[in-house]
Write a new protein. Structure first.
Length: 200
């Protein structure tokens, strides 16, 4: 077996932390640093995420430096496409507050060919279940700007987030000020959605 084929085989056999229908969620993998670098800098993805400064490979390398904190403020997963056997983005929580039991959810599909095909919805539902069932969160929240129609459609219509606020002219994107939408999902609201889904 060639070294190239061996590396591909090793990558595909790495364990999944959470298993879904079309996606598995895996721990971040240093083998994909070049992909992360692309996803964080390509115009199509970074504009919606409001990344206004370029991210260097050296900064991405720091993601994999050992940390001693037992209660992380950031948890991320690779979105592994089962059929195509490759990562297509990442999802997770940041700004985790372990005292108040809340966190912000983030999602980025870095591979543009996989946009608007329901993968963000599937990944979000998986990581939200993980947040409430395993991390014992009380509240999960999110924020998007008004032009990011795909994200707030997923949040409201497909996941059940509640819009808490509209912040006028909150973000400056591509030469204009846009409103920011703030969303929440409480554990009690998530439980009601799960019960409703079981009945259908």
């Amino acid at each position: 077996m060639s070294e190239n084929n061996k590396n591909k085989k090793d990558v595909r056999e790495k364990p999944s932390f959470l298993k879904g229908e079309r996606l598995d969620l895996r721990p971040p993998d240093a083998d994909f640093k070049d992909l992360y670098f692309k996803w964080m800098n390509i115009p199509e993805a970074r504009t919606f995420a409001h990344n206004v400064f370029p991210l260097t490979k050296e900064q991405i390398n720091k993601w994999f430096e050992p940390r001693e904190d037992e209660s992380p403020e950031f948890i991320s997963f690779d979105m592994w496409h089962k059929e195509d056997k490759k990562p297509i983005g990442f999802v997770g929580f940041n700004h985790i507050n372990w005292v108040n039991r809340n966190a912000n959810i983030f999602i980025r599909i870095g591979e543009v060919d996989y946009w608007r095909k329901g993968y963000a919805t599937e990944a979000a539902k998986m990581v939200i279940d993980y947040g409430f069932l395993e991390l014992n969160f009380h509240k999960i929240y999110a924020g998007v700007h008004s032009r990011n129609i795909a994200s707030w459609t997923v949040a409201e219509e497909k996941i059940g987030f509640v819009k808490e606020a509209v912040l006028k002219d909150e973000v400056y994107v591509s030469g204009e000020y846009l409103d920011a939408y703030k969303y929440r999902l409480l554990r009690s609201e998530w439980e009601k959605l799960r019960e409703k889904a079981k009945k259908h």
